[in-house]
Unconditional design. Structure first.
Length: 196
């Protein structure tokens, strides 16, 4: 962004090209509460940078926090995509290999939903195994959310036929909006959406 503009909602870009309230080694990419990620190895939390890599070079790029101040962070290593959990005091609790992901969300029960390209995978709170994995054909998922009932909301781009359910717009368009049931076993609602 321009000097003085907000960058991905994480902070303010200063006149000298640094970012407030943080800077190197992180250029902000994703934030949740006091947690900020967007670079190799280091994570920013509550006014301090710390190395969350555990000695394995990791590009951290997405973070969600819970009410206790703990955070779940997506990253990528030479071995693939990883999910790490950190406590509010910056202690790393675990790192798990997961399917690739570009966005994630956590529900009130602590389950994690990770989406990438056309696949949504739901993991339990410790991410030890997948609860379900669903492919939404002809899509590229860009955003995911979950409601208090466990329904999963997805948006992104569509590149072909979408499984339509009560669509507001049934004519193919570049975008889509889709809702999955809590068990991930059916599409509750889906529609093309056109950006104007």
């Amino acid at each position: 962004g321009d000097v003085g503009s907000y960058y991905i909602g994480c902070g303010l870009r200063n006149g000298d090209g640094t970012y407030s309230p943080f800077g190197e080694p992180i250029l902000p990419y994703s934030c949740a509460a006091s947690w900020i990620v967007g670079g190799y190895n280091y994570i920013y939390n509550n006014g301090a940078f710390f190395d969350g890599s555990g000695g394995v070079q990791t590009w951290w790029y997405d973070v969600v926090a819970n009410q206790r101040g703990d955070a779940f962070v997506l990253g990528v290593t030479n071995g693939g995509t990883v999910l790490a959990k950190f406590l509010a005091n910056n202690t790393r609790v675990f790192v798990r290999s997961v399917v690739s992901g570009n966005t994630m969300v956590r529900d009130k029960g602590g389950n994690l939903y990770i989406a990438d390209d056309s696949v949504v995978t739901k993991y339990g709170p410790t991410a030890t195994s997948a609860i379900y994995s669903v492919t939404i054909p002809n899509t590229s998922i860009k955003f995911i959310d979950v409601d208090v009932y466990g329904e999963v909301y997805l948006t992104g781009t569509a590149s072909g036929a979408l499984p339509l359910v009560n669509p507001l717009q049934s004519q193919p368009a570049e975008g889509f909006f889709l809702v999955l049931s809590p068990k991930g076993d059916r599409v509750v609602y889906s529609s093309y959406i056109r950006s104007e």
